[in-house]
Write a protein of this length. Sequence first.
Length: 349
Amino acid sequence: MATVHLDNIAKSWGAVTAVSPLSLDIADGEFLVLLGPSGCGKTTTMRMIAGLDEPTGGTIRIDGRDVTHLEPRDRDVAMVFQNYGLYPHMTVAENIGYPLKLAGVPKAERARRVAEAAERVELTPYLERRPAAMSGGQRQRVALARAIVRQAKLFLMDEPLSNLDAKLRGTMRSTLRALQRDLGITTIYVTHDQVEAMTMADRVVVMEKGRIQQIGTPADVYHRPANLFVAGFLGAPPMNFINGQLSGGVFTAPGMVVPADSNMTRPAILGVRPEAIRLTGPAASMAQGRVRAVEFLGDASLLLIDRQDGGTLTARVAVADAPVVGAPVGLDFTTTRLFAPAADGGQAL
Ligand code: ATP
């Protein structure tokens, strides 16, 4: 188990800045997820922690020890990548035991630890098979067992589930998380999949363009996004954004008056999640509109609503509450969040 401290680490390749100076403390036993769109710098951040990329600035400490310039093998980290990195000519048992062989662990102890790790990920019946004769999920578990067997201080995982089909990904999410809890190993996990981040993380680090946009629990980043980027990146379908004016404790936009928990007077953007829109009778509503489309999702219906005064909103409602296409509707918002306009930085107000 280990703590990790990143102090202003940065990485550029010539004129390309992959990661701007970034600082982050990861607690002992924590499951931390780096989340962001393609190219935001999450893999580079993790490769620097692993020792695969040399930072152009800053310091990395694992358990207080400065590892910034150490080789990967001297950092006591175990890595799991999306392509698993298994050796095709070795059996499952040999693959799992390989890091121990490299470390010169005697054969009998190796066999014992391989059997233990295989047991943990339910691979005992497959120890003599070769990777080619295994399914994607089984290969993934071999890679996991190989990480476990090392008894490393830190797990680093880069999109380890992305090659699995949706159903298996769901199962492996919980297997992996339960295993990590059980072992108590500090884990840094990279993904662009927000469901993975929300379901697995103790804390999520949302990144964009090489910078941290927000660090928080999954509930924090979803319900209290720090800025327009985080608000728009999390949630599917995404949050609705409405341009308007804040003044005297209310937000106003054409045809819309919404109570606001702010005394500021300034242009603002109102953020409303699709599930925070309630359909009402026209008299009691904050806005009016007409239903343009209804999409049946199974457990809910998505409505595309043309607002009376321009613009569209997406609402998620119970199937039984879904009106017909063309119906006029009143809209109330159960929770909202205010942001500065993008031109002003888009911070939450
Ligand atoms: P993805 O989800 O697509 O893997 P990512 O968030 O992990 O994306 P990185 O792989 O960290 O992103 O890349 C961050 C930026 O650095 C990108 O603009 C990328 O093109 C650039 N980059 C990464 N590796 C190199 C390299 N070896 N040489 C030059 N630029 C690089």
